[in-house]
Design a protein around this ligand. Sequence first.
Ligand SMILES: Nc1nc2c(ncn2[C@@H]2O[C@H](COP(=O)(O)OP(=O)(O)OP(=O)(O)O)[C@@H](O)[C@H]2O)c(=O)[nH]1
Length: 668
Amino acid sequence: MLDHVSISHQSGLILWSRSFTPAFASLAQTPASPVNALVREVFIEGKVRGEDASFERDGYNVRWTMENGLGLVFVVVFPALLPLTYIPALLTRTKQLFLSLFQQYIQTLVDTLSATSGVLTEAAGSALRVLQQRMDDERWAQIFDRCLRNCEGDQARRPAQTPISLHRQAQLSAASGASTPGVPDTPTDSVTAEEIAKNVEALKSKMKGGRGKGGKGTGQTPSPSPSRKTGAAAKLMRKWGDSQVSAGDMAALDYSTPAPETPNGQGTPIDVEALVSRDAMGQRSKDGQYEVADWDFRGGKRAAAEDLPSEEEILARGTSRLTIDDKEDKEEVAGSSWSGIFSRLTGSKVLSKQDLQPVLAEMEKHLMDKNVAKDISEKMCDSVGAALVGKKLGGLSSVKSEVQSSLSSALTRVLTPKTSTDLLLDIQRKRSASTVSYDNALPDPYTLTFVGVNGVGKSTNLSKVCFWLLQNGLRVLIAACDTFRSGAVEQLRVHVRNLGALQDELGVGEKKVELYERGYGKDAAGIAKDAITYAKENKFDVVLIDTAGRMQDNEPLMRALAKLVTVNNPDKIIFVGEALVGNEAVDQLTKFDRALKDFSGAGTGGGQRKRGIDGIILTKFDTIDDKVGAALSMTYVTGQPILFVGCGQTYTDLRQLRVNHIVQALLN
Ligand SMILES: Nc1nc2c(ncn2[C@@H]2O[C@H](COP(=O)(O)OP(=O)(O)OP(=O)(O)O)[C@@H](O)[C@H]2O)c(=O)[nH]1
C-alpha cells in the first residue's frame, strides 16, 4: 500500500500530490517528511545520478524517476518493509501517462519557470492553474488510481517463475539509488515472487477487513442501504403522532437489535468494497484535509473506471495528439443545440427584443429540458434578454459568445454561494469561539439537522457526510430523531456500525462515531436536545440530527420540525432533496423554508430567531446525467448553497458542486 505519490518540477513546485494515509498527510507538512528530505538532500544538493533512484528514511522507502527534458520528478513513498516490486513499473507508467496527457501544458509551465529561474511568478502560477484544471478535466486522479491498481494486480498475479523484468528493474533502481545519500534501498533480492504475491494478498485481505467467510456474496455483509437489503429493515407504513404510540406500537416499530459481536469483539465484519468506492475516495489536501471530489457532469459519478480512456488510448494520444485548437474546433463542429439558436441571429446588427424573442424561447426550452423549473427558466431568460437588447454584435461567433456569456453570468450569479460552504471551517470556528468565551469550558458541538420529504436519502446522505467528517478526524454523534418510521433507528445503527468498522479498515484511528438513540414514539425535539448535551459532555465535535421525512404540506408535522429547530437551534438546517424531481423539489424546498420561518423561533422563552433552510444536499445525482436544473432552481428560490450532491449508495458517493461545472452542464 502506498503512502504518498507526487509529481513535481525539480525547482520544488508540486504539480500534483496525494497522500493515502492520514499519518503521511500530516507528516508531509513537516520538514521531517521523507519527500522534503529527498528535495533537500538530493535535488537541492545536486546529487541526482541517473533518472531513477531511491532511498530509505524513517521506515519509508522513497523512490523516484525523472523526466530530464522537462525537469519533472515522479515520486512514490511506501513502507520500507513492503517488498512492492511493482513500484518501478508504476513510476514508468505514471510518467508515460502524465506526459502523454499533459505534455503541452507542462511545457508551457516549464518554459515560464525557466524564464524566471524557477520562481513562481504570476505567469507561472496561471500556467500551473491551467495544467491543474486540465488534470481535473481528464480525471487524472482516477487514471492514476487505475494505473496503481493494475500494477498491484500485475504483482499479485505474477507466478514464481515470471521473467524478472520488474524485479530486475527494482534491483536496478536500487543500484542507482545506492549512490544517493542516506540509507541503502530495501533489499528485494531475497524475496521470491511467490512470497511477494502472498504478502500483497495478505495486505489486501487486511484492507478488506479480513472478509473471509463474511465477505461479499455470503449475505453476511451489512449493506449501506439496510432498508433495501434486510428484510426486517424494509420500509413499512409510517406511524405518526406524538401521543398515539403505545408501548406495543413502540415494540412493533423497534426492529433494532444490538449489533452481533464477533468472538474477538470487533463487531460484524464488513465488506469494505461494498461500502466505499476506492475510485471515488476523496483526496487529502496539502494540510491533510480530506476533501470529497468535485462533481463533473462529463463523468457523472466520476467513479466509473470504464468511463476513463484506456491506458493504450492515452498513450496513443501522446503520439497523435490533437492540438488544443484542433480539439476546440472539433467540439465546435460537433456543436450542440445552441448552434441552431445562434444562427437565427446572424446578420443582426443592433439586437432588438423582437430579434431575441425566438432565441430566448429556445433557451428557455433548453433550460427546462435540463430540469430547471419553468418560472426560473423564464426569469433567467428575461435577465439574459435585458442584458442583450440594444447591443451591437458582429458575426455568428460574436453573437454566440455574447449570448452564452450573458447566460453564463446570469447562471453564475444565481449559483455562487452567498454564505459559507466551508463546514470544516465553521466547525473549527464554533469550537474555538465556545472554548474562548466560556474560559476553556467544554466546547459546544456543531449541529446539523437533516430535513426533507420521505425517502429522498436523508439518512444515507447524513451517513456520507459523517464519513467525510470522520475522515477529517472529527468525532461525530448521530442523533436518531426519526422516532416514527419503523426501522429508521436500526438503519442508522447499521450505518454507525459500518462507519466505525470502516474507520478501522481505512486506518483513520480510534473510533469516533456513535449513535444516540432513544427508540420510537418519543418527542424528537427532546431526543435531539439530550443528544447535544451528551455530545458536549463526551467531547463530540459534531452532532448530525436525522429527522423523520414529512410532506411539505402537512402543517402539524412541519410544526413539529419547527419545534425541534426552536428547541435546539442547530448550526445548519440542511434540506435534502432529490435532483430528479425538478419543479416538485422547488415546491418542497420553498414550503419547508416557509414553514420553518413561520413556525420556528416562538414558544420556548421567546427571543429565538426565525430559522429557514441554510443549505441543500441534492441526492441521486447519479441518475440525472446532465439534467442539473434542480441545482439552479433550488439555489434560486432560497439563495442557499448546495453543500453537497449525493451520487450513489456508498459512503464515498458525495461530491462538491462547483459553479462552473453546473454552468457548463446547463450550457451544454
Ligand atoms: N442512486 C442513489 N440512491 C440514493 C442516493 N442517496 C440515497 N439513495 C437511496 O435512496 C433510498 C432512500 O434513502 P434513505 O436514506 O433511506 O432516505 P430517507 O430520506 O432517510 O428516508 P425516510 O427516512 O423514509 O424519510 C435508499 O435506497 C438509498 O440507498 C444517491 O445519491 N443516489
